[in-house]
Design a protein around this ligand. Structure first.
Ligand SMILES: C[C@H](O)[C@H](O)[C@@H](O)C(=O)CO
Length: 474
């Protein structure tokens, strides 16, 4: 098989991988830098691009002409606006920035109610959706919005910086809450009613579209040949991960893409925008295949990551293996949190730490507050396992189907305590793996686009044969 490069950016780290579906190598890893500037929270997008180029250079130095294409995927919803010549008209906000607080209610009123928005977009109401981010921009920085000529998601921008070609990739566009999954185009009526300029929103391309070649400058800098194509893979990382669920043809696998978030759902041929789906918090994002990822965003490893960041900041040395052992020793502790509680969304601040929020939640729910790092982990993992069970039961009643198995894919599936507790809490057999689902899904879409795979299902079949999966029974 030919080799492809997957550039896979998650909310805490990024990787550049080279390989095919059987074998691949991570040639470069980096922290996805973000920072508070004057009280606002941004991605350091130029440093991310610089890291990507470091990764590309390592990849081409080692694998040279074996590499035929490059694909990029990132987290959802975040974007930049550019002027007519492609310069940024504002920094790239992080979706956890507070400027959208309260905007769901205000925008819903302006657009004629939540049901209308849900029927038009199928997207669940999350304060970080692009719709509310743009509404905040309209309120706080109207001059910047007026100066803008192009909307580009983060992976659209990175592909633009590599190729000079601007497109809006579909799976990522579908996370905005400004995309119409029924008509497979932008939700123009909502865009008009928000007063956004239609011309900001460009051509939408499917996952697997060949965008073009690297610019001469980039090709020179990273040592690539001009034959290498940049492909719009499934640019939303969850769509890439779901493309790598190791399920056989004809199945409707139940999955959790587990990382900073736990994205739990199934694939459906058509969007579901009924009241029950809306009230249960399910979202309809576009899959790599063009179908629908009907899923729920559950806060995932983020809560644990913020606790660990705080402890490390206090000078504690955290070793994951030891923390896991301590967690298992604390399993008798009976506290847990509800990860869906909005208080857990935002990063630590000196006066509002994640651990304090967990204490407060336990206090308010008559549960003992954790008294050690291990007990904090128990509260988080047990809360996640309970949230999975609740979401699965809601999903089963909304779509009228019972599940017996759950695929947990992505970096979070390395957490075997959570895999086991998820099996026990849901009563389902858990298949954990592949760990590198997002990058593998990115490679699958590229191999499909370049004609090496006949279908996306062929990619899943290869992953099922060649990647490791661990089984956890209830
Ligand atoms: C905002 C989240 O990043 C998004 O909803 C989620 O789907 C994701 O991209 C997880 O990486």
């Amino acid at each position: 098989m030919k080799k492809h490069i997957a550039i896979d950016l998650g909310a805490s780290n990024g990787r550049v991988l080279v390989g095919d579906l059987g074998e691949f190598e991570v040639v470069h890893r980096f922290v996805t830098q973000n920072d508070q500037i004057l009280g606002e929270f941004y991605w350091n997008i130029q440093s991310l691009f610089a890291e990507i180029k470091v990764g590309l250079k390592k990849a081409f130095t080692k694998y040279g002409s074996e590499i035929t294409s490059i694909g990029i995927d990132t987290w959802g919803v975040d974007y930049v606006l550019t002027d007519a010549k492609g310069s940024l008209v504002s920094l790239c906000y992080h979706y956890r920035d507070s400027r959208t607080d309260g905007l769901i209610e205000q925008v819903s009123k302006q657009l004629g109610g939540k049901m209308r928005i849900y029927e038009r977009t199928g997207i669940a109401f999350q304060p970080f959706n692009t719709l509310y981010q743009l509404a905040a921009m309209q309120r706080d920085r109207p001059e910047a919005l007026r100066a803008a000529r192009h909307y580009l998601s983060v992976p659209d921008l990175l592909a633009y910086w590599l190729t000079g070609i601007m497109k809006n990739e579909r799976t990522h566009a579908s996370t905005t809450q400004l995309y119409d999954p029924m008509n497979r185009t932008w939700a123009w009526d909502l865009i008009d009613d928000m007063g956004f300029d239609r011309s900001l929103f460009g051509d939408i391309v499917d996952s697997g579209t060949v965008l073009g070649s690297l610019t001469t400058d980039v090709a020179h800098e990273v040592g690539a040949s001009s034959e290498v194509s940049v492909i719009a893979s499934a640019a939303h990382d969850t769509a890439s991960a779901v493309a790598a669920v190791p399920a056989a043809a004809g199945q409707t696998p139940l999955y959790i893409s587990s990382g900073t978030w736990s994205l739990l759902g199934v694939e459906l041929p058509e969007p579901r925008t009924d009241q029950a789906s809306m009230e249960s918090g399910f979202t309809n994002e576009v899959a790599a295949s063009g179908g629908i990822r009907f899923l729920k965003n559950i806060m995932g490893m983020w809560i644990q990551q913020e606790c660990v960041r705080y402890w490390e900041g206090e000078g504690q040395e955290i070793h994951w293996k030891e923390l896991d052992e301590e967690t298992l020793q604390c399993a008798a502790y009976r506290g847990y949190i509800d990860p869906a509680d909005a208080r857990f969304l935002k990063p630590n601040t000196y006066d509002n730490l994640m651990t304090d929020r967990i204490d407060a939640w336990c206090r308010e729910h008559d549960l003992p507050k954790p008294s050690s790092n291990g007990e904090y982990m128990v509260a988080i993992y047990r809360g996640l396992a309970k949230a999975y069970a609740k979401a699965i039961s809601d999903l089963e009643s909304v779509i009228g189907k019972k599940f017996t198995a759950l695929h947990i894919i992505g970096g979070g599936c390395k957490n075997e305590i959570l895999d086991q507790w998820a099996a026990s809490e849901t009563g389902l057999t858990v298949y954990a793996g592949p760990v590198e689902a997002t990058a593998l899904g990115n490679l699958v879409v590229q191999a499909w686009a370049t004609g090496e795979l006949e279908s996306l299902q062929d990619g899943r079949d290869r992953i099922k044969r060649e990647q490791k999966v661990k089984i956890f029974r209830p």
